[in-house]
Design a protein around this ligand. Structure first.
Ligand SMILES: NC(=O)C1=CN([C@@H]2O[C@H](COP(=O)(O)OP(=O)(O)OC[C@H]3O[C@@H](n4cnc5c(N)ncnc54)[C@H](OP(=O)(O)O)[C@@H]3O)[C@@H](O)[C@H]2O)[C@@H](O)CC1
Ligand SMILES: Nc1ncnc2c1ncn2[C@@H]1O[C@H](COP(=O)(O)OP(=O)(O)OP(=O)(O)O)[C@@H](O)[C@H]1O
Length: 403
């Protein structure tokens, strides 16, 4: 096993997870799905948004927002860097694309990402006065934050990061947008380049707007004795192997549990993507030790964009878990865990189905196209799959080592 993989894989003593636990989670997931009466009102099954997309990466926000729609959200918005808007609109007329952020004049190519300039911009912001309460209408970063702020109250969940790139000016604006979403208590997914932003905000000390918003959120939640409250909106981190290790390094953490303790709250989850998906959370129930593994068989293809599909599936699932009309489900302590677990399974079933059809030619668009059929499988499969034991790390294998 490679060093990179080993450092981010936690709690291996909990690595043996009987699949027999999954039925109750899948049953709970099914109870999160809005019924058809909710669908009578456009938006009742979710109005969600993806903040991402830059000149180089227009596929990632498209995959994430479309996966959210195919999972069941009624409306999906994309808030992107200006130059990405037309290509994303051209990918899908189903999406509402809002050109929002502006890259730096001397833009830094996303494919040539450097940490230095971003560090400098965020450090400068730490010394700046707090953001103005009335924002000028000019098309600058304040304008981007203002536009997003106008839409935010209508959104049921927001994913930050797919295809965002690392332009300092864009990340500077998104830091404020993310902080606003934290303050509004909307479910948030932090993926891809937004994980990088989170790491930079953590490294810059405790005085960025984002770190202040996260600290206030932690304080709010710890007032409830560390237990997830029904009002708490989850923050879900979805690192791949590289992003996970970068995050741990940024927060000088040896373990993902420290991230959960010091950056996140009891309502939060870290979905560590890999051969098996590992769901890390503040475990309060002996039946569900952290990390919980998602052992659904996926696809051997590792084409780009599959993480974006997962991000979109999570986005809609988290919106449902947060807003579920059924009071008993909304108060269920494992509803976010069930939502994340269901989204992981959905993505892996879709990937498996795509691979069965397209074999070596499978690309993220094929996985996306299978989200609908995969949802049917997930919704209708027998409630009690055969109990078997899955050994953590069974597949943490050559493919991880070779990367
Ligand atoms: N069509 C589009 O628009 C798409 C756009 N996308 C967007 O691209 C942006 C950057 O995302 P990213 O994942 O390429 O960047 P990052 O995390 O810095 O990794 C960089 C390097 O890390 C390595 N590596 C990767 N995985 C690994 C693993 N499991 N285990 C070990 N190593 C691993 C690998 O380098 P290698 O080690 O192979 O040299 C890789 O090149 C982001 O915004 C994302 O949303 C994508 O969503 C795809 C579809
Ligand atoms: N080795 C693997 N075998 C099977 N499935 C995997 C493997 N690695 C990741 N997956 C699955 O692929 C999906 C995306 O994970 P991945 O690690 O590729 O994310 P990512 O690198 O962020 O993707 P993206 O290319 O969209 O940025 C997840 O559903 C995960 O469960």
């Amino acid at each position: 096993m490679s060093q990179r993989h080993r450092t981010f894989t936690m709690n291996t003593e909990h690595g043996v997870v009987p699949d027999g636990r999954e039925p109750s989670l899948i049953n709970l997931y099914r109870r999160l799905i809005p019924d058809w009466t909710a669908l009578a009102h456009k938006g009742g099954a979710g109005r969600v948004a993806v903040v991402g997309g830059c000149l180089e990466y227009t596929g990632a926000p498209y995959f994430a927002a479309m996966a959210a729609t195919y999972t069941g959200a009624d409306l999906a918005y994309v808030f992107c860097e200006q130059s990405a808007a037309i290509p994303i609109k051209a990918h899908a007329a189903d999406l509402i694309v809002i050109p929002t952020m502006h890259a730096s004049e001397a833009r830094i190519p996303a494919t040539n990402q450097r940490e230095g300039p971003v560090d400098r911009v965020l450090a400068e912001q730490a010394d700046a006065p707090p953001p103005p309460t009335s924002l000028p209408a000019e098309t600058d970063d304040a304008y981007a934050v203002h536009i997003f702020g106008q839409w935010l109250p209508r959104l049921h969940a927001v994913a930050f990061g797919p295809g965002l790139g690392r332009d300092p000016r864009v990340l500077g604006a998104v830091q404020h947008m993310l902080a606003m979403a934290v303050e509004q208590r909307v479910p948030i997914i932090i993926d891809a380049d937004a994980l990088y932003l989170l790491g930079v905000a953590g490294r810059a000390g405790d005085d960025t707007r984002l770190s202040r918003a996260l600290a206030a959120r932690r304080q709010r939640e710890s007032a409830h004795g560390g237990a997830a409250t029904t009002a708490a909106a989850p923050l879900v981190l979805t690192p791949n192997a590289v992003e996970g290790n970068r995050l741990l390094h940024s927060f000088q953490s040896a373990a993902v549990e420290r991230l959960l303790e010091e950056v996140l709250t009891a309502a939060d989850l870290v979905v560590e993507k890999g051969t098996l998906d590992r769901l890390h959370f503040c475990a309060t129930d002996a039946r569900y030790p952290s990390p919980l593994l998602c052992s659904e068989r996926g696809s051997p293809r590792r084409c780009g964009g599959q993480g974006d599909v997962l991000c979109g599936a999570l986005l809609t699932s988290m919106a449902w878990a947060h807003r579920c009309l059924d009071e008993s489900v909304r108060r269920h302590p494992h509803r976010y865990l069930a939502a994340a677990h269901g989204a992981c399974r959905l993505t892996r079933i879709a990937a498996r189905m795509a691979f069965a059809e397209r074999y070596r030619a499978t690309v993220a668009s094929d996985v996306l196209a299978q989200v609908g059929p995969a949802f049917r499988t997930l919704e209708c499969e027998p409630a009690t799959p055969p109990t078997r034991v899955v050994q953590a790390g069974t597949f943490a294998d050559a493919s991880d080592e070779q990367r």
